[in-house]
Design a protein around this ligand. Structure first.
Ligand code: DI6
Ligand code: FE
Length: 403
């Protein structure tokens, strides 16, 4: 196993009780894909001679856990710039969706695209996120909305995980929008989507199941049926909940022990309490909040007070959050939603890992995966303080430095 030594860095481990888990002039020893030791450079254990050690001097740079983007819709074709113009002229996201645009427009473009075109576009997006320090990426389906098209999207996602120095988690989101061929037959569509899930799961394409529970999405009753199908297969669930209205989606998801509930602008007190009881992560998506010009913020103070873990993600998608920078989301989580810079970084690392059910990452500690990013910064708060910058210098994923 390759043993590597990374020296002279400011480590923001996010581990332990100290703010940021900071270790000044720290060092990390990796063995294979894991962290074997971490601490003060001055306390480095003597390394037994015959073992080969590759040594890297980080020259005082900042090291954080690799960033984790726990909510993206990365695989799709087409662009929605026309809707952006329509919204600037006063049309709402919901109005555009009801008129057949929105998600349905991307579904039409995605169905018409070849596997190769979908892969090439998604690869480019993944590489942009990786350049920003992302080492684990969640990718949802949801722009195919037939069994075979949802499979194509999930296969592209899996392929990115094999081809790139990146960990990919997949989420089945057939319950994203009602495709035109099922107009007026949403219950029949959910039946079909539950049946497709069985085959996709058998093919190893699904790590979790999600749904869009809202006025322009699916009802709580339909969401419940999708979740029951997931539970029958032993798959964890997540939910796009209370984005535009309070449907009681968070409480429903919590009753299934959901890993996360995402968006949550319209989450009420009962929903907060349900998330807290279930240990469900609240994933906040400042990109969508910003791009849709929302004014109602998710209830950050109430989530904090109830001890609900808060994660941050890009929600990358062509309609409501066409961003490819998770670092920018850290800034927006603070300026728009009221998180502290430390909460924002924990949100894009340890709490994002929890939203994906991945206990082996998101902090820097012995025994965890050696996923970390090296930044041209002095202090981790600078990650959230600046915006429009690209401070990531080096990335190590699973103990291997990306070329
Ligand atoms: N909420 C979102 O923000 C994305 N999906 C969802 O249910 C938007 C997807 C899109 O507009 O294409
Ligand atoms: Fe989303």
């Amino acid at each position: 196993m390759t043993r590597q030594l990374w020296r002279h860095a400011t480590l923001a481990t996010l581990d332990g009780a100290a703010p940021w888990g900071l270790v000044d002039d720290g060092a990390i020893i990796t063995e294979g894909s894991c962290i074997a030791w971490l601490g003060k450079d001055s306390a480095l254990p003597a390394v037994a001679p015959p073992q080969p050690v590759i040594e890297h001097d980080l020259g005082g740079a900042l090291v954080t856990p690799g960033l984790i983007d726990c909510h993206t819709h990365l695989v799709y074709a087409g662009s929605r710039w026309r809707e952006f113009e329509q919204r600037l002229q006063g049309a709402s996201y919901e109005e555009i969706a009801r008129a057949g645009g929105g998600i349905r427009a991307t579904v039409a473009a995605t169905r018409a695209a070849s596997d190769e075109a979908l892969l090439a576009a998604a690869r480019q997006r993944a590489c942009a996120l990786m350049a920003d320090g992302v080492t684990t990426l969640e990718i949802k389906s949801g722009y195919g909305l037939t069994g075979s098209d949802e499979a194509r999207l999930l296969r592209v996602a899996r392929r990115l995980g094999r081809e790139l120095a990146l960990e990919v988690c997949t989420t089945y989101l057939a319950a994203h929008a009602l495709p035109p061929e099922y107009e007026g037959r949403a219950d029949a569509y959910i039946d079909a989507a539950c049946a497709w899930l069985v085959d996709l799961h058998r093919e190893g394409l699904v790590d979790a199941v999600d749904a869009f529970c809202d006025r322009i999405g699916f009802t709580p009753a339909q969401t419940r049926r999708m979740f029951a199908a997931a539970a029958a297969l032993g798959l964890p669930v997540r939910l796009h909940a209370e984005q535009f209205s309070d449907q009681g989606g968070a409480a429903l998801a919590a009753s299934f022990g959901a890993l996360s509930c995402d968006h949550l602008e319209h989450l009420g007190a009962a929903g907060v309490a349900a998330l807290a009881r279930a240990g469900t992560v609240a994933v906040l998506l400042p990109g969508a909040f910003y791009f849709l010009g929302e004014t109602q913020r998710p209830p950050v103070a109430a989530l904090r007070a109830a001890g609900v873990p808060i994660a941050i993600a890009t929600d990358h998608n062509p309609g409501s959050s066409p961003t490819l920078s998770l670092v920018l989301m850290l800034n927006m989580a603070c300026t728009l939603l009221g998180l502290t810079p430390e909460e924002a970084l924990r949100g894009a690392t340890m709490n994002a890992a929890r939203a994906l059910g991945q206990g082996d990452r998101g902090r820097l500690a012995a025994g965890l995966r050696a996923d970390f990013a090296v930044w041209d910064l002095e202090h981790p708060a600078e990650l959230a303080c600046r915006f429009g910058h690209r401070p990531c210098r080096r990335v190590v994923c699973g103990g291997r430095e990306r070329p």
